[in-house]
Design a protein around this ligand. Sequence first.
Ligand SMILES: Cc1cc2nc3c(=O)[nH]c(=O)nc-3n(C[C@H](O)[C@H](O)[C@H](O)COP(=O)(O)OP(=O)(O)OC[C@H]3O[C@@H](n4cnc5c(N)ncnc54)[C@H](O)[C@@H]3O)c2cc1C
Length: 370
Amino acid sequence: MEDFDAVVIGAGVAGCTMARLLAEKGKRVLVFEKTKRIGGQAADDYIDGRLTQLFGIHVLYGDSMEVKEFFERFAELQECKMISKCNIHGKVIDLPINFKTFEQYFDKETADKIKKELKTEFRDKKVSYSDIKNAGLECQTEIDDLLHFVYEEYSDKQWQEDAKSVSVIDRVKIIIGYAENYIDATYYYVPKDGFTKMFQKMVDHENIRIVLGEDGTKYVRTDDKKVSVFGKKVPVINTTRIDKFFQYKYDSLKYRSLDFEYKNVEDSLGCCAMHFPVNYDYIRVSDTGFLYGRDNQHNRVYEYPKLLERHDYKTYYTVSTSLYKERAATYGIWSLGYDRIYQIGRAAEYRHYTMFELVENCIKLAGEIK
Ligand SMILES: Cc1cc2nc3c(=O)[nH]c(=O)nc-3n(C[C@H](O)[C@H](O)[C@H](O)COP(=O)(O)OP(=O)(O)OC[C@H]3O[C@@H](n4cnc5c(N)ncnc54)[C@H](O)[C@@H]3O)c2cc1C
């Protein structure tokens, strides 16, 4: 364990990207990954010969050409569309909420009234849940009925928190008009041969050594505001939960997790992801075959929400209420007191990230590390 001069903890999007960028700067990078596979939440694998996104549907979307070109170095990218739907007591509607959703959910007269009023009030903008909740519209009661399922019941099932207190809720906008894709972005891609293959190629570099099945945090010493690994003073890039990294110094942060169940089937789900805010124990079902447009490759991945236990590492979601955001900020400030500890990634920074945003920030961070 002598031949390294940077350590990365976790081999998800952030870990693999940081390892690659540092390796290209000439650093010998030692990566610890707790599980037996790389790719983190974005990993996929073949189940009975069918490509399956193991931890829920994942699409590369964003606007940065630099990031797109970075991914292209490691994978052939295939254009795709993220089609999402929601099942409310058996009624299937489009997500994100747009004019078509109102037509699917309400009778024609009500839908027309809602569309007209929203158009007058907001023109062609995209508006948030909070914007609409506070708008005092004539058709407020009808709209609130739909928002109740799509946002409030969903938040309760996914995070066991009130929708208003989970700040991520305002990220998924309501579209005043008709739209097909989930979020506006210049680029919408999946790696043609899957995410895991892309990450494998990313870390395939003579300066990168990956140790699988190892909790990296146990090798990091943070005594007297100095950081070392196996006695060597090297930069440490942590991409895993920050509360555990600092031995819960300021108590635990709240993360939500998911259990997954896999089935290969012959029929299409008719969308990439179907949300179930009510009924059933699962909250979402996805079909990787639909996303990739592969007709004989359909499958179902069922996502079951659950609370993450203190020492667990499957940090799928942060719970961004003010209490936990403030606690996470305290951890972030504590971390800044160390010269050579860098926190990046969803669980380490305790924030929502798309993969595009994450890689963009990795590129910036790698530029700063000496
Ligand atoms: C259901 C779902 C769908 C999503 N869909 C999209 C999408 O369509 N598009 C998009 O851009 N983003 C999407 N995201 C977000 C995206 O998955 C994340 O932003 C991204 O994967 C985060 O990468 P990361 O490296 O920060 O974390 P992770 O992917 O969680 O990677 C962290 C890695 O560290 C490992 N680890 C944890 N603890 C330790 C330890 N102590 N020692 C060593 N290793 C450890 C973990 O096993 C994991 O491999 C989605 C997220 C979820 C949950």
